[in-house]
Every structure is written in C-alpha cells, then in structure tokens.
Design a protein around this ligand. Structure first.
Ligand SMILES: Cc1cc2nc3c(=O)[nH]c(=O)nc-3n(C[C@H](O)[C@H](O)[C@H](O)COP(=O)(O)OP(=O)(O)OC[C@H]3O[C@@H](n4cnc5c(N)ncnc54)[C@H](O)[C@@H]3O)c2cc1C
Length: 446
C-alpha cells in the first residue's frame, strides 16, 4: 500500500521536531502537525524562557556581590515589560529556527490540531492523510488541583506572559517548576510564598538537596511553608489553607504537576493503550501497543526533560528508518534545577542507592564560595557523592550552588562511564574553583 507519508508526527515540540528532521534526513517522507508555536513547551513556556527569567532574577544577588568588590551600584530598578519584550523577541527567533530546520530537511509542515483516525490515518482541518507510521509527540499540560476557586490561579503557562508583576505571589507545589518560579518572583522583588503539602521539597531528588534548598531560599527571602496546602481560593485571591489559616495574594500559581496530552487524540479508538495518568504506554523503542503508532517525550511520562525527548526522537528515527533498532537508555540522566541557588544531580540519591546496593559510602562537603568570602552572603555550596561500597563506583553526584548544571554535566560523563571514587580522587583539581571539591572529598560522612 502507498501512503501519503512514511511518518506523520503530531506535535512540533522538542521530541517531534528532532524525530521528524532526523527521519527526513534518513530518506523518509515526513509530515509534522503543530497546533501552537513550533518548539513546543521547552521553547515557548518551559526551559528557555524560564532560564531567561531566572538569569534576570539572579542579577539581584550579583548586584549585591558587586558592591563587596568595590563597585558602587545605584539602587537597582527592574523593568518587567522590557524583560518580556526581549524574551518574546528571542522566542520568536527560535520559533523561526525550528520551522526552518524542518522545512530545509524537506518535512511537510501542517498548522492545526491533528487527530488519529486509525493506525495509519491522521485527520487535520477536515482532510485525512495516510501514513506508514504515526508519531505522537504532543507533550503535557499543567494541572490544577480540584479545589474551589482554582480557576482564579494561574499555571506556569500564563506566568510567562503576565502583564505586570504581582506584589505578593503564592506558588503552590514542591517540584522543580515550583522552586524555580518562587526563586524567579523573589529575585524580581515580589514578596513570595511557596506552599507545599509535603515535608520536603524536590521529591525524587537526594533529600539533602531539598532540605538545603529550602534553607537557602528562605535566607534569600522566600517564605517556604511545608505541609501547607490551599483548600480554597476566593475572589480577590483570598487563600484558605487546609490548616484553617488565610492570606491574601495578588497572584496564585499552581505548579502541581502535568498530565500527558492524549485527550481527544483518537488513540484509544485506534487501539493504543494508555496508562492511568493518560500517558501513551510504549516499549523501549517508543512503540505503542499498535505497531504503527509511536510516542516520545512528555506524552509518555517517562523522564520529562527536553534532552530525553530529543534522544527518544533520534533513537526512534534509527529504529524506523535507519535499520538499527535503538532503545533509549534512561539511566544516569543528569538534570538541573534553576532555582536560586541552582542545583543539579546525576545518578542515584542516597536513599535510592541504599535500596539498590545496601551499603553505600557517602562523601559530603558544604562551604562558602571564594566569591562570597568578600561579603556578607551566607550562601553555601553543597556537594555530595554517593558511592556503591562494594564496587566503589560513584553512583550519584549532587550539587547545590552557582552553575551546578554546568558542572554536573561533566561529572555525568564520569558517572555514566562507571568511574570509581579512586578515579575521582586520582583526577587533579582545577584551583581555585568550587568544582575541585568533587575530586578532593576524602572523609566519608556515612
Ligand atoms: C516551566 C517548565 C520548565 C521546564 N524546564 C526544563 C528544563 O530546564 N530542562 C529540561 O530539560 N526540560 C524542562 N522542561 C520540560 C520540557 O519542556 C519538556 O520535557 C519538553 O518540552 C517535552 O518535549 P515534547 O516534545 O514531549 O513536548 P512539547 O515540547 O510540549 O511539544 C508538544 C507539542 O505538541 C503540540 N500539540 C499537542 N497536541 C497536538 C495536536 N493534537 N496536534 C498538533 N499539535 C499538537 C503542542 O502545541 C506542542 O507544541 C520544562 C517544562 C516546563 C513546563
């Protein structure tokens, strides 16, 4: 049978664009449908604008530090509109880059919402297209809790387009998006409260990171309230919490999780099995329960990060059109949280390592950076290595401190290669840096 396309991709975000481009380069006839802006969540309402906002917010500390080095800095003022305008210019540029990359690879571009009709057909704007393979790369969407007045609150989607900065903001949640936005608002001069129903920030990360981040954020002025959860929001943004307390805010933002974008896509009717959370169930090659329908990225709810979505896209291209079935290795994926301070991690938390290996050696250090010895900042850099006691392999590396992501990216290579603690120790440090501590930690703390 002759199909209109070899591959029809639904969703022009991180995963969909990469998979489409690479499949086309391998000779496939590819189409992609995008209902919003090219680049998806990461480019438009995720990683990129978030990091730009976070740079903006962190300047507050930099300006303070500059004074300790002899600079006279006038009382700084901040222009939100200017930040939005410059951010929008950069995002629009990226939208164009993504679209051009597809067009120059020969991918047919459709604008609009696509729906699956059967295992080999996609419909869009009243027309139907046949495809040998269909790729679902529709991403995920933020969720709000089911409490009265939840509609009065925003999510991260809207936070990128606020007309003006609020005076008092409440961020609800304890995951990475919550702590990043709490740091952003606080840094930009908003009186910020972070309320999380759990006892510890950043579930899933090493516990020391969550505890230390809460301390550092509190020191920087965020009111971090643990075991605190709103039960209702009334007009005027009067928030009542489960413990009966009330407070008024000018902005409430929920960062309470995301749900895979599968509703109304026609997946179940086509025979595709979805998980309880709505995620497309896939095997290690990103193929669903229907042989011709595949899914990558957030819609599969495996590891919801941009580089993971693009790696899944590349692997799928090799599997479908490169003659080389390629699974994606989801082990030891490094990740960063751009809170203030930043943190980053690769491998296992201490708790997970203990579960897996039984006996582990722990090395930790906490210190003021050289830069901060010049002033009053009490911020501490924290580093931790988790080592499997039997093999002496470093199975986890964790850091809280400036540019943690830049540093952990390098350490991740060593962890991925199975480096031992002795090999870390045999590596000579770069002096004077914070990073050198990763190769000079000698005292076991547990
Ligand atoms: C606030 C925030 C910050 C983040 N920060 C980071 C970070 O720092 N680092 C990191 O690695 N990850 C980060 N992420 C996660 C990252 O953005 C996602 O993991 C990544 O975008 C997933 O890519 P994807 O291709 O699966 O989906 P997406 O990028 O979401 O793309 C899906 C696309 O599909 C389109 N679509 C949906 N349904 C249809 C349809 N029926 N027809 C046509 N098009 C459709 C959507 O419009 C969208 O453009 C962040 C996410 C958020 C929300």
């Amino acid at each position: 049978m002759k199909y209109d396309f070899d591959l029809f991709t639904i969703g022009g975000g991180s995963g969909g664009v990469r998979a489409s481009r690479v499949c086309a380069a391998l000779g496939a006839r590819v189409a992609v449908a995008e209902s919003g802006r090219f680049g998806g969540t990461c480019v438009n309402v995720g990683c990129i604008p978030k990091k730009l906002f976070s740079y903006a917010a962190h300047f507050r500390d930099e300006l303070k530090d500059a004074a300790d080095f002899g600079w006279s800095v006038a009382e700084p003022t901040f222009d939100w509109e200017k930040l939005l305008e410059n951010k929008e210019r950069e995002i629009t540029r990226l939208n164009g880059v993504y679209e051009r990359v597809l067009a120059s690879a020969g991918v047919a571009i459709f604008r609009g919402r696509a729906v699956i009709m059967d295992p080999h057909a996609v419909s869009l704007d009243g027309k139907s297209y046949s495809a040998r393979h269909i790729l679902v790369a529709t991403g995920s969407w933020p969720q709000k809790p089911d409490i009265p007045g939840a509609n009065l609150a925003i999510t991260s989607n809207e936070a990128f387009f606020l007309e003006k900065l609020p005076r008092r903001a409440l961020i609800v949640g304890g995951g990475y998006i919550a702590v990043e936005f709490a740091s952003i608002f606080n840094g930009l001069g908003v009186k910020t409260t972070l309320a999380y129903r759990g006892a510890q920030l950043l579930r899933g990360f090493d516990a020391d990171l969550g505890t230390r981040l809460a301390d550092e954020m509190s020191r920087k002025g965020v009111s971090v309230l643990l075991k605190k959860n709103p039960s209702k929001i009334e007009k005027g943004l009067h928030v009542t919490f489960e413990d009966g307390s009330t407070e008024k805010f000018d902005l409430v933002m929920f960062a309470t999780g995301r749900k895979p974008n599968t509703a109304g896509l026609g997946l179940e009717a086509a025979g595709v099995k979805l998980g309880a959370d709505g995620a497309v169930m896939v095997n290690e090659y990103s193929t669903s329960t229907v042989d011709s329908i595949h899914a990558i990225g957030d819609v599969t709810n495996r590891l919801n990060l941009t580089p993971v979505a693009t790696a899944e896209g590349m692997a799928l291209a090799k599997t479908l059109f490169g003659g080389k079935p390629t699974p994606v290795d989801h082990e030891n994926v490094p990740t960063a949280v751009f809170a203030n301070p930043n943190l980053a991690t690769v491998g296992l938390s201490e708790a997970k390592a203990r579960e897996r290996f039984g006996k582990v050696d722990i090395y930790k250090t906490a210190f003021r950076s050289l830069k901060h010895t010049m002033g009053a900042s009490e911020e501490k850099i924290f580093m931790k290595l988790v080592v499997d006691a039997a093999s002496q392999r470093v199975v986890g590396a964790h850091m809280l401190g400036p540019d943690a992501g830049e540093l952990i990216q390098g350490i991740a290579i060593a962890v991925k290669l199975g480096a031992t603690k002795a090999q870390f120790d045999a590596t000579i440090g770069i002096h004077p840096t914070a990073a050198e501590e990763f190769v000079t930690m000698r005292e076991k703390s547990a």
